[in-house]
Design a protein around this ligand. Structure first.
Ligand SMILES: Nc1ncnc2c1ncn2[C@@H]1O[C@H](COP(=O)(O)OP(=O)(O)O)[C@@H](O)[C@H]1O
Ligand SMILES: [Mg+2]
Length: 148
């Protein structure tokens, strides 16, 4: 388990950028944290680190936004608007848990069980990240890797 305190949105983005540079095909990154914690900010950095130049914003009317054009394809899921686990699975979650590229999921705690199973059965690497708001500009970002 690793903990980082970031002191600005830019710093959080830079952390994501480092992850993007290190990312390997098949990675799944699960983000947890309240609204406004900085999940999307981290995804922006991740995209940049992968070399994706498109503007990143959370998918609104679909389960996923796909960003090609980087070193690896990035799949960005945001489960905020999907209410039940059944709804999330019906929307096609499974496909993105074995990405040909990298998947990042906002509100990943809603699919904890699926992430755990993926990790155990498929031996894919999963990074679970939790972002806590400390104050206006500071965030505590804790993460842990498991799997292959
Ligand atoms: N250290 C920090 N890390 C990330 N975001 C921060 C930080 N400090 C302030 N912010 C602000 O918090 C907000 C985070 O928004 P966003 O990334 O969309 O959150 P989420 O996706 O978790 O709802 C942004 O307005 C950002 O500028
Ligand atoms: Mg968000």
């Amino acid at each position: 388990m690793t903990t980082r305190i970031t002191h600005s949105a830019v710093e959080t983005e830079r952390l994501g950028e480092r992850w993007g540079r290190a990312a390997q095909r098949g990675w799944v990154i699960g983000l947890s944290g309240d609204l406004g914690a900085g999940k999307t900010q981290l995804v922006k950095g991740l995209a940049r680190g992968l070399g994706v130049t498109a503007r990143v914003h959370s998918p609104t009317f679909t389960l996923v936004n796909e960003y090609p054009g980087g070193r690896l394809r990035l799949f960005h899921l945001d489960l905020y608007r999907l209410e039940t686990r059944g709804q999330i699975i019906a929307a096609g979650l499974e496909e993105y848990l074995q990405p040909d590229g990298v998947t990042v999921i906002e509100w990943a705690e809603r699919v904890n069980e699926e992430l755990r199973m993926k990790n155990e059965e498929m031996r894919r690497q999963v990074r679970r990240v939790s972002i806590e708001v400390l104050n206006e500009t500071e965030r505590r970002i804790t993460y842990e890797d498991s799997g292959a």
